[in-house]
Ligand binder design. Structure first.
Ligand SMILES: O=P(O)(O)O[C@@H]1[C@@H](OP(=O)(O)O)[C@H](OP(=O)(O)O)[C@H](O)[C@H](OP(=O)(O)O)[C@H]1OP(=O)(O)O
Ligand SMILES: Nc1ncnc2c1ncn2[C@@H]1O[C@H](COP(=O)(O)OP(=O)(O)OP(=O)(O)O)[C@@H](O)[C@H]1O
Length: 491
């Protein structure tokens, strides 16, 4: 990219999360990703550069090993003219959702990440100009903690996402709870995956977005403003799934198209399009812990129908969901088992602050950092080394619990298929596709106390307001202790 010739008019607002803001090029398949920070908490240019370097290194040397070369796009750092960045910031400001404006895009350093635009990226290494559909899913944590450190039985039965939904609705983050349960999506069972994806389509929250030719056509722009009209979605999708015949419009047509979409997403999620170095590294047998969540609407429906056995077909080992789950399962001790180890590291650092860099708490995220993550022992020998390994593995797990999966689909004809390109079939069309993972920024060491507190809040809210209502004994117990708001974790 010729940075001297950067023109803000060639770029447009694309999206943002809590940590970064993304703009896309109007013609080319690239995006720029800028860091964000709260107003008046600007970092120096050196700090921004260091942060971005860490993100790139972490993607390149660590996450590629876990997920595989083709799934991860680590991008590169680019230095931009400050004038361009300032103009760009002014230009995109009106497009930004209000709920994200508590943080400002970094306009002082001039540094950003340059990445392929995954919503427009054609199947790997092919540059083409044909319509493209892209589905972004933030699947969240796909397993129930199996750690013996868990102090509340409910955490062994109901997954964090389903419990957290109640707190989010109570806090006003979302208007309605979602029926999506990550354990259904990660089950590998097509029926359960279908239910999970349908639930995402019903209540997308920040877990689902659909783009057509790089433009958001479905999902939440803002926490308040959600596009969730299935008829409108079907209108967009019809040329992709029924290219030649005129399926009559109406509710039946809409349902058929949504079903086709769900089928295609399921097949791409179960496909294996890459191998990776950590491929054989079994963090934890997937069979450990419960494979379903008691709060899942799918599970409840089965129980209502007198069926008590929930199928979990298991995920194919090479697929991105499997790899994501394996990385998530590096959280072997649960935050309750991890927190005392974090405290041990903290105490050590208080005594020996100069050791912080040797311990690679803030990077560099290189080969040596990756190698240290491979020790999966859970036997605590009381050392700093053990505590640190578990803390770093937990950070990786948290990152994998918050990443997003991008599936891009471009229609192809039967005679266009080649062995290099994976293909997924729908009833009346076929697509070449690629699957990628994004937002793989390592969660900061400093966020661990927050995680610990949040875990307590989520569980406590659920016990007090949801489970207690289903259980009269619990309900009266809470009524007697209305001010009891803390879940005590054993340390
Ligand atoms: O803690 P969670 O599970 O609510 O996840 C946070 C996300 O909320 P979600 O539940 O997905 O709506 C949250 O997403 P939103 O900003 O709410 O869209 C962030 O991804 C946050 O990451 P970070 O701390 O800013 O790096 C996420 O925080 P981390 O816990 O991953 O640090
Ligand atoms: N390479 C990319 N190609 C296309 N779109 C992208 C790309 N990277 C990010 N995006 C879009 O920008 C949005 C925000 O990016 P990202 O998830 O990295 O932000 P974040 O602030 O790190 O998120 P979080 O809130 O989870 O911390 C994504 O949800 C996605 O829609």
């Amino acid at each position: 990219m010729e940075v001297e010739k950067m023109d803000e008019n060639e770029w447009k607002y694309h999206g943002e999360g809590n940590q970064s803001l993304v703009v896309s090029h109007c013609q080319r398949c690239v995006v720029l990703r800028f860091l964000k920070s709260p107003p008046n908490q600007n970092k120096t240019s050196e700090e921004i550069l260091h942060h971005l370097q860490n993100i790139v290194d972490f993607g390149k040397h660590v996450m590629k090993q876990f997920f595989g070369e083709n799934y991860v796009h680590h991008g590169e750092i680019i230095q931009l003219p400050l004038d361009f960045v300032r103009q760009l910031c002014l230009k995109i400001q009106p497009e930004r959702p209000e709920s994200r404006c508590d943080k400002d895009m970094d306009t002082l350093s001039g540094y950003a990440m340059c990445l392929p635009n995954l919503t427009r990226l054609q199947t790997y290494r092919f540059v083409e100009h044909r319509p493209i559909l892209c589905i972004e899913i933030k699947p969240k944590c796909g397993f129930i903690p199996f750690s013996s450190h868990v102090s509340q039985e409910i955490k062994h039965k109901v997954c964090r996402y389903c419990m957290h939904q109640h707190l989010k609705v109570a806090n006003g983050k979302w208007k309605r709870p979602s029926k999506y349960c990550p354990l259904d999506l990660f089950s590998g069972n097509k029926q359960r995956m279908h239910f999970a994806l349908k639930s995402l389509l019903q209540e997308a929250q920040n877990n689902l977005k659909i783009f057509k030719n790089g433009e958001l056509i479905y999902g939440c722009k803002d926490d308040q403003e959600c596009v969730s009209d299935w008829n409108e979605l079907a209108r967009h999708l019809k040329p992709f799934f029924f290219p030649s015949n005129g399926l009559v419009s109406g509710p039946h047509c809409t349902r058929t198209i949504v079903k086709e979409l769900i089928h295609v997403i399921t097949m791409t999620l179960l496909s294996s399009t890459d191998a990776c170095r950590a491929g054989d590294m079994k963090t934890v047998p997937i069979s450990q812990g419960r494979s379903y969540c008691e709060a899942s609407a799918f599970n409840k429906e089965l129980v209502r129908n007198g069926k008590h056995k929930l199928e979990s077909s298991g995920l194919p080992k090479g697929c991105l969901l499997y790899k994501t789950l394996q990385a998530q399962m590096l959280d072997m001790l649960d935050i309750e088992g991890l927190y005392p180890l974090y405290t041990r590291v903290e105490q050590y650092l208080e005594e020996f602050p100069e050791e912080r860099s040797t311990l690679q708490i803030d990077g560099p995220y290189n080969e040596a950092f990756y190698e240290k993550l491979l020790d999966l022992s859970t036997e605590d020998d009381g050392t700093i080394a053990f505590a640190l390994t578990k803390v770093q593995q937990y950070r990786i797990a948290m990152t994998a619990k918050d990443c997003s999966i991008m599936i891009s689909l471009s229609p192809c004809l039967q005679d266009e298929c080649s062995e290099q390109r994976p293909v997924v079939l729908a009833s009346k069309s076929r697509f070449t596709f690629s699957v990628s993972v994004l937002d793989l920024d390592l969660k900061p060491y400093e966020s661990i106390p927050h995680q610990y507190k949040l875990d307590g809040k989520i569980v406590n809210y659920y016990l007090k307001n949801v489970q207690a209502k289903d259980d009269p004994v619990m309900s009266s117990l809470f009524k007697e202790n209305e001010d009891c708001t803390l879940v005590l974790h054993k340390v």
